[in-house]
Ligand binder design. Sequence first.
Ligand code: FES
Ligand code: FE2
Length: 347
Amino acid sequence: MSDALPWVTDAWYAALWGERLPAGTLVARTLLNTEIVLFRGENGPAALEDCCMHRFVPLHLGKVEDGRVRCGYHGLQYDAQGACVHNPHGTGKLPAGRVRSFPAVEKHGMIWVWMGNGTADPAKVPDLSAFDAIPERYHAKRDYIPVAASYRLVLDNLLDLSHVSFVHPGVIGTDDMTAVEDMTVREEADAVTVTRSWPGISISANLRRMYRGIGERADKWNDLTWNAPCNVTLSAGYAEPGALRETGAGIISAHLLTPETVATTHYHFSAARIRVAPDEEDENAEVLAEFSRVRRFAFEEQDAPIIAAQQRKIDAIGNRRPVLIAVDDGAVRYNRILNRMLEAQHV
Ligand code: FES
Ligand SMILES: [Fe+2]
């Protein structure tokens, strides 16, 4: 395990929300320890190594012209595949060689980049079509935070939502959430689903505003799925005590993690409301704005500092075995699958 790579390279990684890459702009990102530059090429999003092959100036310091990148130093111009297509000097002879390019596609509002050497099959982009099926007015802000910790610690955090009562009290959690009535963990080849439900749980004031039809107590569910290597989707909602789930309301959310380095992570998140009652339409925009604000606060001000502190502590004490408790089941199982994938990739 020790000499295995820290991440799966042959996978589509969430690089940037598409709306954050307007035509004509260059965005630099480090994915899996590799510095790349993103832009909109002639046929869609493009990703190149952020390094001019002439004198190694970062390409993101240049500009986009007709879907091509012009280096900001001596003006060599590259297409989306990294081939030099214009040399403004001398006879204009094009130099040999090319800048490394990475397959990039835009799907479900996200620009995905394939960082490995294996075949980049667009059919393998994580399936977030459930989000596409929901009208845009029910979507929360597509957001992003950097986290100063390994993507695996962020995954551990997401796979174990028992932390919600302690890290997010009154924000997205309530005390009685620690008393899990029912938790099941289902394992597939490259996915783990943790299902938790709480009958007759108290609902925080924040959430009561979002689910107006629901009283102070409700049956709550959380279905959370990790898809290898590092994307998580969550269905969470509330129904009247004893009522069918299908009669309740809730959200689906996506948590798309991409390793920046071994100890830093790009955390992209999105969410959409499901089954908004007709009499809640009038407040929908306002409710979603508040929901977006609260979520960002929870992830950025509450989760991220704890996970970053955990990373610093682990760096300081070295590789100790954690003492596990019941809530760790989901995290243990996804770690096992991911470790197997990493070991298989190394041989
Ligand atoms: S360094 Fe890019 S053109 Fe010279
Ligand atoms: Fe959290």
